[in-house]
Ligand binder design. Structure first.
Ligand SMILES: *Cc1c(COP(=O)(O)O)cnc(C)c1O
Length: 339
């Protein structure tokens, strides 16, 4: 039986077209700027996001860190969501490696940061305080799409308060597809945008940092400092090109499958879920802790992988079909019939 892996959209395997592109990719030494496939991917990313330049890096953790290091120096501060990836899930990299202090704030229920609360968190110019330099947003965040008018307000706010604005756009294309807009309608508000190629877009490895020529030049230097210069990386970049050219519009299928999953689960007594809350490729299910502890192994026996406890996150992606969703809903139904 096929294993259905709903733990994350990072679990996708490269498609045959990706593997062929990887095998055929012309390569060179990217640290010398001579890998034609990396150069093509970076040009494509910059073109799609509407920025002057882009930089290919090993992971989204690295592109977020490169952005933080490029915007902030030692003793500077960035403001981010309490549960933002670039604050909570990156090992404190900005503080560890950059001497950059985080100022986390709670996300609002819609995934935005309240700009009035951000304003209150900005430190006065005074030797007692770190220098607040950067505001970081995340889109999508927990599957939620930030409203376009909010992005405009955040950008105006950042300009007025002389903050740089970074977007952790690990899933920016999920947001654009959901809104039905060109991704530039999102990216144009930010100084830098990090984009994951290895999530729903299906590449095996890699992220892009997009921004001005100057900021990306600074980030390129930091990438080398971090040991992230990758030499004949064109073999990896080739998969990223396929991801950007072939796998963007199909994200709508993942969103439809997530909605299908939510609707199926909502029909099962014992599962607390509101399908209307599902915006993109993530479904969150609340369970009693004892049920969660039994559900995970129950599904694993049926070749369905999920993670989480009281709040379980189910993520749809390239390797999950509508038939897989039906099998998953049936397994949940079987579990709750005997729970
Ligand atoms: C996955 C993810 C990243 C980067 O993760 P890597 O595993 O380092 O590529 C960054 N931000 C968000 C919101 C993510 O979901």
């Amino acid at each position: 039986m096929k294993i259905i892996d709903l733990r994350s959209d990072t679990v996708t395997r490269p498609t045959p077209a990706m593997r062929a592109a990887m095998a055929d990719a012309p390569v060179g030494d990217d640290v010398y700027g001579e890998d034609p496939t990396v150069n093509r991917l970076e040009a494509l990313g910059a073109e799609m996001l509407g920025t002057e330049a882009a930089l290919f890096a090993a992971s989204g953790t690295q592109t977020n860190l490169l952005a933080l290091l490029s915007h902030c120096g030692r003793g500077d501060e960035y403001i981010a969501g309490q549960t933002a990836h670039c604050y909570r899930y990156e090992g404190g990299g900005a503080a560890v490696l950059g001497g950059i202090q985080p100022q986390p704030l709670d996300f609002e229920p819609d995934g935005t940061l309240d700009l009035a609360k951000v304003a209150r968190a900005i430190k006065p110019t005074d030797p007692h305080f770190a220098r607040t330099r950067l505001l970081c947003l995340e889109n999508t965040t927990a599957g939620a799409v930030l409203p376009l008018d909010y992005l405009g307000r955040a950008a105006a706010f950042a300009r007025e308060r002389e903050l740089a604005l970074h977007l952790d756009g690990a899933r920016i294309f999920n947001a654009a597809v959901k809104l039905g807009v060109d991704v530039r309608e999102i990216s144009r508000h930010f100084d830098t945008v990090s984009v994951c190629l290895s999530k729903g877009l299906g590449a095996p490895v890699g992220s892009l940092l997009c921004g001005s020529r100057q900021l990306i030049g600074t980030a390129r230097r930091w990438r080398k400092v971090l040991g992230g210069g990758m030499r004949q990386a064109g073999s990896l970049a080739a998969a990223g090109i396929v991801a950007l050219t072939s796998h963007v519009t199909r994200l709508a299928e993942d969103h439809a499958n997530a909605r299908l999953l939510a609707e199926g689960l909502a029909s099962i007594p014992g599962v607390a879920i509101d399908p209307a809350e599902v915006q993109t490729n993530m479904v969150f299910v609340s369970l009693a802790p004892d049920a969660a502890d039994r559900l995970v192994p129950f599904l694993r026996e049926r070749e369905i992988l999920i993670s989480g406890r009281e709040s379980i996150r189910l993520v749809t992606h390239l390797d999950v079909t509508a038939a897989d969703i039906e099998r998953t809903v049936a397994a949940f139904r079987e579990f709750f019939a005997h729970a």
